[in-house]
Design a protein around this ligand. Structure first.
Ligand SMILES: [Zn+2]
Length: 277
């Protein structure tokens, strides 16, 4: 079985590659077409809040930072051989109330509050846009974020895709672990109570060194997001390798862990990868 249509949905311009780059590389090496759709890839449509200005200064990017980040994303995704699709929703730091002009997320606390009550239309708008831009019924497997870490844009991305799929179609959904948030996630207590993985089963995909190196190389294409550029808010890309090793533990080697409510979805993925059940 060789499905030719696998989609990874990325909230921001980096999440899918830094979280799943090893598997993406492995799929592409098998000749499978992979599309990466980034939902919050749009430019800001107005002035910047002081918080957004500070973030962009950290990233060392000009006013249209999302434009520069789209270029980084194209470089990252083409380095690994996938196809990039950018939707035009601005990420949380740029969104404002259309009536009052007030910015909706003006601090890290706001972004990770898990609340999007001030923008009741965004989820229906996302569902409509995703349905319009993507033939969402086509992919055999669709990868979406677990939304570990609670970033509002990650939560919205998961909710939008879960809402689009009918219950019988949910077997096509596989969840990925949001990097770098996952670095802290499994160290917390009360594992079984974690709502993001409640009711899901996991599958570890082993990576070759070439898969891992491709993920690391592609992740470094997001220069503005690296710790070399953004000292305070940069991504700990040097932790990709230790985390990929920790997934397999004492067995040795490197892996990425995925989650699904439907074991049959993992069977499809295993068949695609040519690994036993
Ligand atoms: Zn993100």
């Amino acid at each position: 079985m060789q499905p030719c249509n696998i989609i990874f949905v990325s909230p921001h311009l980096d999440d899918a590659i830094i979280s799943c780059g090893g598997l993406i590389h492995r799929l592409i090496k098998l000749g499978i077409k992979v599309k990466i759709i980034t939902v919050f890839a749009g430019s800001s449509t107005g002035n910047l809040s002081p918080f957004a200005e500070w973030m962009q200064k950290e990233w060392n990017l000009p006013f249209d930072a999302p434009g520069a980040r789209r270029t980084e994303d194209l470089n990252a995704i083409s380095s690994i051989g996938a196809e990039a699709i950018h939707l035009q929703f601005p990420c949380s730091i740029y969104r404002f109330d259309l009536k009052t002009g007030k910015f909706l997320y003006t601090s890290k606390t706001d972004i990770f509050s898990g609340e999007c009550l001030q923008e009741p239309k965004i989820l229906p708008d996302m569902i409509q846009e995703i349905n319009t831009k993507i033939n969402i019924r086509t992919p055999e497997i669709l990868f979406i974020p677990l939304s570990i870490g609670g970033h509002i844009d990650h939560i919205l991305t998961r909710k939008a895709l879960e809402a689009i799929y009918l219950p019988e179609e949910k077997k096509r959904l596989i969840y990925y672990e949001d990097f770098p948030y996952v670095l802290r996630y499994f160290n917390l207590q009360n594992e079984s109570k974690k709502q993001e993985i409640n009711g899901l089963q996991s599958l570890i995909i082993q990576l070759s060194i070439s898969d891992l190196e491709s993920r690391e190389f592609a992740s470094r294409c997001y220069k503005s997001q690296s710790q070399e550029t953004a000292k305070v808010i940069g991504l700990p890309l040097d932790q990709i390798r230790p985390y990929a090793a920790s997934v397999l533990g004492k067995k040795g080697g490197f892996g990425e862990r995925y989650w699904s409510s439907e074991p049959s979805c993992f069977q499809t993925l295993k068949a695609v990868l040519g690994i036993g059940s």
